[in-house]
Design a protein around this ligand. Structure first.
Ligand code: IPE
Ligand code: IPE
Ligand code: MG
Length: 228
């Protein structure tokens, strides 16, 4: 299946809360199990030869959750980034962040800066963490950058070049777990011609096998880009 392998996979990691609820556990236990699934998925993506993996970790809309859940998520993010940075060095992963820095605590900002800085030279899989990310905000941010640069008229290439991570190609494949079938403000610009794969599997149960199923489905598709 190595031919027809996407260069870039983006994942909407959904269903942590329901996974926990099914086990009568607090939602945070679901997020912790979700962090384990992140580790497994990064390894699996590297194994199969994916070059870019974008993971939707926290949306701009997720600030509307109860404060204790947000605090728990941010704390978990800090802990995960601490261990991730060492792991990334060993395995040659590079970390990028897509999203706004606004509203993130200094503890979180310090860790993401450190992780990005320390893994910048790595040449293996690029993990692009969508954190405090909103696609509409990203497009508006790009347009504002172009206005600030004095542009009077903008092209599609201009917008693409001013997204949060312009070096990351558009994802050929977008996966969403937990049975929900929507974008939830994820990659609106970049998803123009992405293939979608929806699975009822809850994010904490996602693994190499589930990734392979998505890749098998992708490999069978014909992408026409408006042609015939
Ligand atoms: C995804 O799981 C994780 C984040 C959005 C941070 P959810 O927390 O949305 O899980 P459900 O949708 O409530 O099951
Ligand atoms: C999307 O999941 C955001 C992330 C996975 C980080 P949500 O659970 O927040 O999305 P909605 O609210 O169901 O659309
Ligand atoms: Mg959800």
């Amino acid at each position: 299946m190595a031919n027809n392998l996407p260069l870039h996979i983006a994942i909407i990691m959904d269903g942590n809360g329901r996974w926990a609820k099914n086990r009568r556990l607090p939602r945070l236990a679901g997020h912790r199990a979700g962090a384990e699934a992140v580790k497994r998925t990064i390894e699996a993506a590297q194994q199969v030869g994916i070059k870019f993996l974008t993971l939707y970790a926290f949306s701009t809309e997720n600030w509307s959750r109860p404060q204790d859940e947000i605090d728990g998520l941010m704390d978990l993010l800090c802990k995960t980034l601490d261990t991730y940075t060492d792991e990334a060095q060993k395995k040659n992963y590079r970390l990028l962040i897509s999203g706004s820095r606004e509203k993130l605590s200094t503890a979180v900002l310090q860790r993401i800066d450190r992780a990005v800085q320390n893994t910048m030279q790595n040449t293996g899989l690029t993990v692009n963490l969508a954190l405090n990310y909103g696609a509409r905000q990203e497009i508006v941010h790009a347009v504002n950058a172009l206005i600030a640069a004095g542009k009077k008229e903008i092209s599609m290439e201009d917008v693409s070049a001013n997204l949060y991570q312009p070096q990351v190609p558009e994802p050929e494949l977008i996966i969403r777990t937990s049975g929900e079938e929507r974008l939830s403000n994820f990659l609106l610009w970049q998803a123009a011609y992405s293939e979608f794969y929806f699975t009822p599997v809850l994010w904490p149960d996602f693994n190499a096998q589930e990734l392979q199923k998505a890749l098998n489905s992708y490999a069978q598709r014909t992408r026409r880009f408006g042609g015939i």
